[in-house]
Design a binder for this molecule. Structure first.
Ligand SMILES: [Zn+2]
Length: 297
């Protein structure tokens, strides 16, 4: 039986955020915890701006709002609804489809989808907490094989490298990245960003891992066995990710953002209620991302 996912309830959320004002106040406190600092010139004095919640820099006259300079920048629909999207994305175990958000919030599906892309930006790994201890790495292919496409680049398939950190009898944390091929040039930056050089790493015998042994002295290459039987946790993790992706997103477009979202939630499954605050904090810390530059992988 699936374990109940214990997190902030919708009632607790509604109590904390009854209206747009409470969302603005929350962001203001998060953005200026030690007093005001102008985003444009760094000056630290302000007076009240023309609109509620705005702060005008007394030096350069820039009008800052709790949302300016964050991923909530210029959101065209009520902030409260944006908070609901962050809440659902952070707390539902399997994530939430844009069509469902659209129904729940009375927003257009495309509007929800676009804002979800921003939340996913906030979910991308900072690279500050590399995997350590017992780590296993493998590559896999995500997406369908197109029938009749022979000898041509199949755009519906993408290669992914994935690493897990073992914890007790299961998996503690994981990271994954879309790669063009499994050569060591593509694997190296993934290792650098996500795996500690002190980790004990197991991979299969693929030659792309060989040059990495220089920087990772504890990298051991073993036979993966029939259907990967020597890497059971790793293969179960891969299967679970693929099953999740099939249920929520029916293509490999923007795959990296979906990997980031999955890893973010997976790595924080113990955080419970705090995951929502963590995600809001990341939204505030992240630079704005205008809709026209939401990049597609
Ligand atoms: Zn200023």
């Amino acid at each position: 039986m699936e374990k109940k996912y214990d997190s902030l309830t919708i009632f607790e959320f509604q109590e904390q955020f009854p209206d747009n004002d409470s969302c603005q106040n929350y962001l203001a406190e998060m953005k200026w915890p030690d007093g005001f600092k102008c985003e444009k010139c760094g000056h630290n004095r302000y007076c009240g701006g023309k609109l509620a919640h705005t702060r005008q820099c007394t030096k350069c006259k820039y009008q800052a709002t709790p949302t300016s300079g964050t991923l909530f920048h210029k959101v065209k629909f009520p902030l409260l609804k944006a908070f609901y999207i962050v809440f659902y994305m952070g707390t539902s175990k399997k994530g939430i489809a844009s069509t469902e958000l659209s129904r729940k919030l009375g927003l257009r599906q495309k509007t929800c989808w676009l804002f979800q892309q921003k939340v996913m930006k906030a979910m991308a790994s900072s690279g500050k907490y590399p995997l350590i201890g017992k780590v296993e790495v493998d590559e896999t292919v995500v997406g369908q094989q197109e029938e009749g496409v022979v000898g041509r680049q199949n755009n519906r398939k993408k290669q992914v490298v994935l690493a897990i950190e073992k914890k007790g009898k299961g998996v503690g944390r994981m990271y994954a990245r879309v790669i063009n091929n499994a050569g060591s040039k593509q694997l190296k930056p993934f290792f650098r960003d996500h795996i500690s050089t002190e980790a004990t790493i197991k991979t299969d015998k693929w030659r792309g891992y060989m040059p990495l042994k220089k920087q990772y002295p504890n990298l051991l290459q073993i036979d993966s066995g029939k259907k990967g039987k020597n890497f059971p946790d790793l293969h179960r993790t891969i299967m679970m990710f693929k099953a999740w992706l099939r249920g929520i997103h029916h293509s490999v477009d923007n795959l990296q953002a979906y990997l980031d979202q999955y890893c973010y939630r997976f790595n924080r499954s113990q955080m419970k209620g705090a995951i929502f605050d963590n995600l809001l904090a990341r939204m505030v810390e992240h630079n704005p991302c205008p809709y026209n530059i939401i990049c597609m992988y």
